[in-house]
Ligand binder design. Structure first.
Ligand SMILES: [Zn+2]
Ligand SMILES: [Zn+2]
Ligand SMILES: [Zn+2]
Length: 698
């Protein structure tokens, strides 16, 4: 049966539509077992030194230890051979344990699985499941037999069957749990209220995690979504039904914890379409002494306006990928072909166009007509390989200089190819669109690589003149800042036509804002232009905490205070923001991109109007390949960017203003998708408070 979740009422953007949900089962990845609490997933400080017990568990508090240890000890996971012991198998074993303990349902806690689809092909996935289920069944047999793990107890087929079921349920339903810094620390399988939410590449909701070990489930938050069977017109709910074998068809029994008389109790509840929740009487056999009140919580939040009865969707994959990559990832992980609005749009949506556009610049005309698609695919493959190679080499070897050179060469010069066609050799040049997903990945890497180079230079004990190295470090951090800004504004440009990119764009604006503000405080200013006192006095005279031209700062404060923002207000303030930011960027962009060939070719990073020029693009005469997105890098000497370093006495003040705008707007977006108490919003508030103090001290 295919399920979906629908909204039970009209909802504006930025509303929590579920209470904090607890996971059925979860596990840290092996790489995080020694840094994070195995129960609540919060960071353990100080970090426990790695021991020989490579898969042991650590806890942040006695509470976490008592609530989670029983699961760890009784799920048989200690009997998994260490070569195959993974978060996936631990999660599956723990899920099986919960299922076994509650034994309420014929199916594993009402989770849908793709077992048939996952195991029907002779591929890697099937092999993973086969080996995993065998290891699980052996571990369970050893656990029951009290074996020390020295030999393998035989297991019966029923155990293998259940292990396979549990493993498939985890593969289908688990989500990556990201910590506050965005790092994937483990996986978790949540109750059906979340697991039944379907994927869309243009979703109207997103989710966040909460890691606090102590916070109780709020009694006030409600479910604002209810389950439907796919394609049915009526809600599958009848309020008057008591729990019987027909409960699944007539209503949805959701297992939830509630806090009664100082104890957590595990309680089945009916979700009904109108009233949202109707509590069932507590069944004493379900009281579980609170041992499962652990694990990261998950909260679903609306990022678009949602109408009553509309399906609620989230993203199972990175939305900044072009259609083909999204589709192949969804197929290999979940075995479905996405038929969402964005995927079925023909011609492709603007965003999907931009994310995969490769322009062809050429010296010789005729050839491409016949084999255009073949050559384009080939160019796509080679460009993908070279960029991915450069990035992965950087991540493994850490040579930031070589990485910057390689990536910028590809971005600026593209791919030069001698192609043989119709027995003639022709010369072609393929260039990535500046908003191609590979370009965006490159900006992220470049921003960080330039930053690393700047840090290395200012902290290193080089034998060169300190003023010279300070000046060089300043240049590098300025280029890093320009890449952060280009990344944020580029993704914002896509966000204008695809509002579900909000979470990405929030993070990028915060990153750009931080980088700009850090640049204003660099001591490198004095090594370069003027004395730092003059810079500070400019800041003091030019900059007030509030911007006189927009209401962004007020709106951010109000939203956090009231806990909500109306979509109209959000749209208005977004327009004001872009207006201000565009204005300030014009004054400082030439300064920021000074010395960087690639960045100089991006003339206006806010409006992106320069992308639309059709000059030099291949007119191959076929409608399906000609787009309005072709662009070219113009020769540097003709693009109107002066070679002089365009610095004025007010540059620092402008950069400070720009940074505060980017940061505050990023904070507002973070409020919409993660809520007022989220890590990112507090992070932004802290930096703004520090900035405010800094300004008052001048
Ligand atoms: Zn903990
Ligand atoms: Zn899709
Ligand atoms: Zn403003």
């Amino acid at each position: 049966m295919e399920m979906e979740m629908r909204s039970i009422s009209d909802r504006d953007i930025g509303t929590d539509i579920t209470p904090p949900l607890t996971p059925f089962s979860f596990s840290l990845h092996n790489t995080h077992l020694h840094t994070h609490c195995s129960s609540c997933f919060s960071l353990i400080t100080p970090i426990i030194p790695t021991t020989n017990h490579s898969h042991s568990t650590f806890y942040c508090s006695p509470h976490c230890s008592t609530s989670h240890s029983p699961i760890h000890l009784s799920s048989a996971e200690r009997h998994l051979p260490s070569s195959i012991n993974s978060s996936l198998l631990r999660t599956a074993l723990r899920l099986l344990l919960l299922h076994h303990t509650t034994s309420l349902f014929p199916r594993i806690n009402h989770l849908l699985t793709n077992r048939l689809l996952l195991t029907c092909q002779n591929d890697d996935v099937n092999e993973t499941i086969r080996l995993g289920a065998h290891a699980m069944a052996t571990a369970i047999a050893n656990h029951r037999g009290g074996g020390s793990g020295g030999f393998s107890e035989p297991y019966d087929n029923a155990v293998l069957e259940k292990s396979t079921d549990a493993l498939c349920a985890v593969l289908t339903n688990a989500v990556e749990v990201h910590d506050n810094e965005g790092c994937a620390v483990g996986i978790a399988v949540f109750e059906p209220a979340f697991s039944w939410i379907n994927h869309s590449c243009s979703p109207n909701a997103c989710y966040r995690f909460s890691f606090s070990s102590s916070s109780l489930l709020s009694q006030e938050s409600k479910f604002l979504i209810a389950p439907f069977t796919r394609n049915s017109q009526q809600p599958q709910i009848d309020c008057g039904v008591s729990g019987s074998s027909s409960e699944f068809a007539q209503g949805v029994l959701l297992l939830r914890f509630i806090f009664v008389n100082g104890k957590f109790q595990y309680e089945p509840q009916f979700v009904v379409f109108q009233e949202c929740l109707q509590l069932r009487p507590i069944t004493s056999s379900l009281i579980m002494e609170g041992w499962r009140i652990c694990g990261p919580r998950l909260i679903v939040r609306s990022i678009k306006r949602i109408k009553k009865g509309e399906e609620v969707t989230v993203a199972y994959t990175d939305l900044l990928q072009p259609k083909a990559l999204r589709q192949s990832e969804l197929w290999s992980k979940y075995r479905f072909l996405c038929c969402c609005k964005r995927c079925t749009s023909l011609p492709f949506t603007y965003v999907d166009h931009a994310l995969q556009e490769i322009s062809v610049l050429y010296g010789d005309s005729s050839g491409l007509r016949t084999n255009y698609k073949f050559f384009r695919d080939m160019a796509d493959r080679r460009l993908t390989d070279s960029i991915e190679d450069a990035i992965s080499e950087y991540l493994s070897v850490g040579d930031s200089l070589s990485c910057c050179e390689k990536l910028e060469k590809i971005l600026t010069e593209g791919l030069d190819e001698q192609l043989e066609e119709n027995e003639e050799k022709s010369h072609y040049k393929f260039i990535l669109h500046p908003l191609h997903h590979l370009s965006l990945n490159s900006y992220t890497t470049l921003a960080s690589a330039y930053k690393v180079r700047a840090c290395d230079l200012s902290s290193g004990d080089f034998e060169i003149d300190s003023n010279q190295s300070e000046s060089k470090a300043f240049d590098l951090s300025r280029t890093s800042t320009a890449y952060f800004l280009l990344l944020a504004s580029g993704v914002h440009h896509l966000f204008n036509s695809e509002s579900s990119l909000i979470a990405s764009v929030a993070n990028f604006w915060v990153g750009a804002g931080e980088s700009l503000l850090t640049l204003t405080k660099s001591s490198g200013w004095s090594s370069k232009f003027v004395n730092f006192d003059l810079v500070l006095s400019n800041i003091a005279s030019d900059t007030k905490f509030e911007c006189s031209k927009c209401s962004l700062m007020d709106r951010f404060r109000d939203s956090i205070l009231n806990g909500k923002i109306k979509s109209e207000d959000f749209e208005n303030v977004s327009n004001e923001f872009i207006h201000c930011v565009s204005d300030i960027t014009h004054k400082v962009w030439n300064f920021l991109v000074y010395g960087c060939h690639f960045l100089k070719s991006c003339k206006d990073p806010i409006s992106f109007s320069w992308l639309m020029s059709i000059k030099n693009s291949v007119d191959v005469g076929a409608n399906d390949i000609k787009t309005d997105m072709c662009y070219t890098h113009e020769p540097e000497n003709s693009i109107g960017v002066s070679d002089e370093l365009a610095y004025t006495d007010h540059t620092v003040a402008h950069i400070l203003q720009l940074g505060r705008h980017c940061l505050t707007y990023g904070g507002l977006l973070a409020f919409v998708c993660y809520g007022p108490n989220s890590h990112l919003v507090s992070h932004v508030q802290n930096i703004l408070a520090r900035e405010n103090n800094f300004l008052f001290s001048l």
